[in-house]
Design a protein around this ligand. Structure first.
Ligand SMILES: [Zn+2]
Length: 187
């Protein structure tokens, strides 16, 4: 998978110049600003939900859950791992933004689960031309085990109040279907 991604990257980098790197995006924004879109008044998550999922560009987290802007807090990182910063964000979302339930959502065909930590670290070393011995890509060898661990980390955090419900889910990219890997639990 890393080889395939590297191939796509080389193709993309071939046409990006610094000056017009964002030009197509501002064009898109013109179209977005021109159409009427709902301005949700409050930053509180209407459905009391936070979704932690992967950065994979094939995932549309709101669509996956049948939600709309205003409904949920979305956190994303490579592999949907519960990192210190994920905990920081969840703690604030629970304390101030109405979050009462948290879904940790990994997915099929995830690059973080398809390569070893050594391979992913080597890709970063190759891209930068130097080794980074303390860099941990948080590669996933067993998605179910990683979900169990990560749900436990959320539930065990002293930064989240008791009673928040946490589940670990797997999204099948092909079917769009979610499977419960870690049943909803509360601390
Ligand atoms: Zn992924």
């Amino acid at each position: 998978m890393l080889a395939r991604i590297g191939e796509e990257l080389r193709r993309l980098l071939g046409w990006i110049s610094v000056d017009d790197a964002f030009a197509d995006l501002f064009e898109g924004n013109e179209r977005y600003a021109a159409i009427e879109h709902e301005v949700v008044e409050s930053g509180v998550a209407r459905r009391g939900l936070a979704i932690l999922t992967c950065i994979d560009s094939r995932i549309d987290p709101l669509a996956v859950f049948g939600l709309e802007p205003g409904d949920a807090k979305i956190l994303r990182n490579a592999g949907a791992r519960v990192t210190d910063d994920a905990i920081r964000t969840l703690a604030l979302a629970v304390a101030t933004l109405g979050v009462t339930r948290i879904a940790v959502v990994q997915h099929t065909d995830c690059a973080m689960a398809s390569a070893s930590g050594a391979e992913l670290a080597a890709a970063v070393a190759a891209a930068t031309g130097s080794d980074h011995p303390t860099f941990d890509p948080l590669a996933i060898t067993d998605q179910s085990a990683a979900l169990r661990t990560d749900v436990d980390v959320v539930l065990g955090s002293a930064l989240l109040r008791d009673g928040v419900v946490v589940a670990g889910l797997l999204l099948d990219l092909a079917s769009g279907r979610l499977t419960t890997i870690v049943e909803p639990r509360t601390s």
